[in-house]
Every structure is written in structure tokens, then in C-alpha cells.
Design a binder for this molecule. Structure first.
Ligand SMILES: [Zn+2]
Length: 192
């Protein structure tokens, strides 16, 4: 017989966190050899990362398999909308990801112009623009930089395809953004 020791502190089981904003960061990605990037059947580029909550009661809890569409085509054959809540543009801004604008060649860290800041420039507030040339040009970035930086993520429990509750990240904002003190308006159309 071999006597073994297992620490019951590590028996975290599986729980869903209460819906709300959490400080978190990406700890690693699926297919690390491609820095998290895969291609969907429809021909879209997708990044898949695992996030870990950093502080509070749920510190250390993992939110697995968050997908961010990077571009290409959706299942419906339309260009992928990278400006969706919880999507690429929100994440780039929240994590201050370094990127280069194909329009002006300048480098920025997050800082995509959106919402009322876009409106102030006479631009569509629903789109995201380069802070230097205000074009909605192509941006180049390295998904390696998605791993590590702290962001605020809004987590909700949705049902997966088998009807089991599953933590999902619905929004990303920068740490310290005043919007993260408010709950996100639930959109029933987004619920499965
Ligand atoms: Zn630019």
C-alpha cells in the first residue's frame, strides 16, 4: 500500500461564477503551436484562449475556450464582424494589444476609436477606427500578445449545446473602465 496525500483545497469541483465583471487574463491558448489560431469550416480565422479570473472569491477559476473571430467568412458567407461584444476589437482595446495600421503604418496599443469618440469625429459610432488616421483599415498584430495582459471580462452562464451551464465571456473592457461597475444589459436574443 502506498499512502498518498491529496489537498482538499484543490478539490474545486465545477461551479459557474455569478454573472458579472471579473478581472482576468488569458493564461494559454488552444493549439499553442499556432498561437491559438485555427480556421473554421466556413473559412474564418478564429483564436481560442483560456482565461483565468485574477482576484476576488473566484480567483484562479478558469474560463475555458473563449473564441475570438479574427476575420474571414462566417457560416452565412458574410465577412466576420470583429466589432461584436466580446470580439476582436473589444479585446484589442481592453488588453492594449500592439497593432499596426495598414492605412498609415503607425503602431498603436489598443486605442481603437469607437462609440462616442468616433461620433465626435463624425464617424459611425458602431465601427472601430485607427486613432492616428481614423481609417477603418486593416490592422496587423501578433496573437502571442493576447496572452498575459489583464482585462475586465463580463461573464455570464449560458447553456451549451447539451443544455449544461457554461461560463461565457460576453464583453471585454480595460481594467478601470467605469462601465465595468455596471451590469451588462442582457440581450435575450443572444441566449440560446
Ligand atoms: Zn492608421
Amino acid at each position: 500500500m502506498v499512502l498518498m496525500n491529496s489537498n482538499l483545497k484543490d478539490a474545486a469541483g465545477f461551479t459557474n461564477v455569478p454573472e458579472g465583471w471579473y478581472k482576468m487574463h488569458c493564461i494559454d491558448t488552444e493549439s499553442p503551436e499556432n498561437d491559438g489560431v485555427s480556421t473554421t469550416e466556413a473559412g474564418g480565422d478564429m483564436w481560442t484562449g483560456h482565461f483565468e479570473i485574477e482576484d476576488g472569491q473566484f480567483s484562479g477559476k478558469n474560463i475555458n475556450y473563449h473564441n475570438i473571430m479574427l476575420g474571414g467568412m462566417s457560416k452565412k458567407g458574410k465577412p466576420i464582424n470583429t466589432g461584436m461584444p466580446g470580439g476582436l476589437c473589444e479585446f484589442v482595446n481592453a488588453a492594449k494589444v500592439k497593432w499596426e495600421c495598414a492605412g498609415c503604418g503607425k503602431t498603436a496599443y489598443g486605442s481603437l476609436v469607437h462609440g462616442s469618440a468616433a461620433e465626435d469625429k463624425g464617424l459611425d459610432k458602431g465601427h472601430f477606427y485607427c486613432p492616428n488616421c481614423f481609417a477603418d483599415a486593416t490592422m496587423s498584430y501578433d496573437t502571442k500578445d493576447f496572452v498575459g495582459p489583464s482585462v475586465m471580462g463580463y461573464v455570464s452562464a449560458r447553456l451549451d449545446l447539451k443544455g449544461r451551464p457554461q461560463d461565457r465571456i460576453e464583453r471585454f473592457l480595460a481594467v478601470g473602465d467605469p462601465e465595468t461597475t455596471r451590469p451588462v444589459q442582457s440581450d435575450p436574443r443572444r441566449r440560446r
